[in-house]
Write a protein that binds this ligand. Structure first.
Ligand SMILES: Cc1cc2nc3c(=O)[nH]c(=O)nc-3n(C[C@H](O)[C@H](O)[C@H](O)COP(=O)(O)OP(=O)(O)OC[C@H]3O[C@@H](n4cnc5c(N)ncnc54)[C@H](O)[C@@H]3O)c2cc1C
Ligand code: SF4
Length: 328
């Protein structure tokens, strides 16, 4: 386990974010890392519970106490090996996962939970820095061909696992770039696109072929794919927006979240010479306070449920110039 008395000695500490007034001037990532000494102290807080509830909280079943312990001991290489054993893309989850593991952490019963997410984030960033994240070649080829439809995290994960097993994998993506919501939904400042691209490149080095601008159902039909491939994995996500069916929805300057995010994140609508501009205004109304990924300066968010976003997200936005109005 980490340090047996670690949870008594060290308080939970999270890395600072870049100052809001600085980061609104660019789209760069704003989460920073703790220094190594502090990270090791945070790893030391883990109690290596007999029944680690963090496992149950993590949808991937990450073996969290093991890598907390490795970080405490400064054994970073083993930490990334254990983390990669259950998680293909810790650079994504370490940045944008809502961390239900921390909600589940036993320490949270009467104290602040272990800072699992920031430890995960630090492990994978160090692994990239050290050159430990490399393509994983299969020991043999099976001769089987698999088509993966959709290149979001589900499609990319399936492609990587299938390639590791020695199958010949082709990913078909409707957009011009792979990544799904990771690139068109989640903004650059939370998950930089070059980080997604690095994993796409790693898959390519493992032999995965990526075909963008292919809409399965139009460019190729599913029966066509079934003929050409031994198996087809469908990972098309849930990209269609839900409209409110109210007058004015078609007016200029009213965008669904998906349209607005796709234009901004994928098509560079923030630049004045963009082909797909969105109307820029000093005041923006956001209807629905769910993910809240992009209200921006001067936003006013209206939510019908009286329950905006996740509490953690709301606390963070409370430091931003966002005004929330709850419906009665
Ligand atoms: C704005 C937003 C922010 C989010 N933020 C977070 C977050 O911070 N943390 C978190 O954990 N989760 C977040 N999520 C949820 C998370 O992004 C999704 O759960 C995840 O992306 C689902 O992955 P997926 O691979 O199933 O689908 P997607 O990421 O949607 O990928 C599906 C891909 O399939 C492609 N496709 C669709 N139809 C076809 C077709 N016919 N032919 C070829 N390709 C096709 C799409 O273009 C897309 O690239 C967020 C979601 C949104 C919308
Ligand atoms: S539940 Fe918390 S304290 Fe227990 S093993 Fe998991 S991270 Fe460590």
């Amino acid at each position: 386990m980490g340090k047996p008395t670690g949870f008594l000695e060290y308080l939970r500490e999270l890395p600072l974010d870049r100052f809001a007034l600085e980061r609104i001037r660019d789209w760069n990532e704003f989460h920073l890392h703790l220094d190594e000494k502090k990270l090791r102290e945070q790893g030391a807080r883990c109690m290596d519970c007999g029944i680690p509830f963090c496992h149950k909280g993590c949808p991937l079943g990450n073996i969290i106490p093991d890598w907390n312990d490795f970080v405490y001991r400064g054994r970073w290489r083993e930490a990334i090996e254990r983390l990669h054993s259950t998680n293909n893309f810790p650079e994504f989850t370490g940045r944008v996962c809502p961390a239900p593991c921390e909600e589940a952490c036993t320490l949270r019963i009467n104290d602040d939970p272990v800072g699992i997410k920031s430890i995960e984030h630090a492990i994978i960033d160090k692994a990239w820095e050290e050159g430990w994240v490399t393509p994983q070649a299969p020991s043999h080829k099976t001769g089987k061909k698999v088509a993966v439809v959709g290149s979001g995290p589900a499609g990319l994960t399936a492609a990587g696992e299938l390639a590791k097993l020695g199958h010949d994998v082709t990913v078909f993506e409707a957009f011009h770039a792979p990544g799904g919501v990771l690139i068109y939904g989640i903004p650059e400042f939370r998950l930089p696109k070059d980080i997604v691209q690095a994993e796409v490149d790693r898959l390519k080095e493992m032999g995965v072929k990526i075909e963008p601008n292919v809409i399965v159902g139009k460019t190729y039909t599913l029966p066509e794919l079934r003929e050409r491939y031994d198996a087809v994995f469908i990972a098309v996500g849930a990209g269609l927006p839900v409209f409110m069916q109210i007058p004015g929805e078609n007016l200029k300057g009213v965008y669904s979240a998906n349209e607005s995010l796709t234009r901004v994140n994928l098509m560079g609508a923030w630049t004045p010479d963009s082909d797909t501009p969105i109307l820029h205004g000093r005041r923006v109304v956001v209807v629905g306070g769910g993910m809240g990924d992009g209200p921006g300066a001067g936003a006013v968010a209206v939510t019908p449920s009286g329950r905006p976003a996740r509490p953690g997200r709301l606390i963070r936005f409370s430091r931003e110039p966002v005004e929330y109005t709850m419906a009665a």
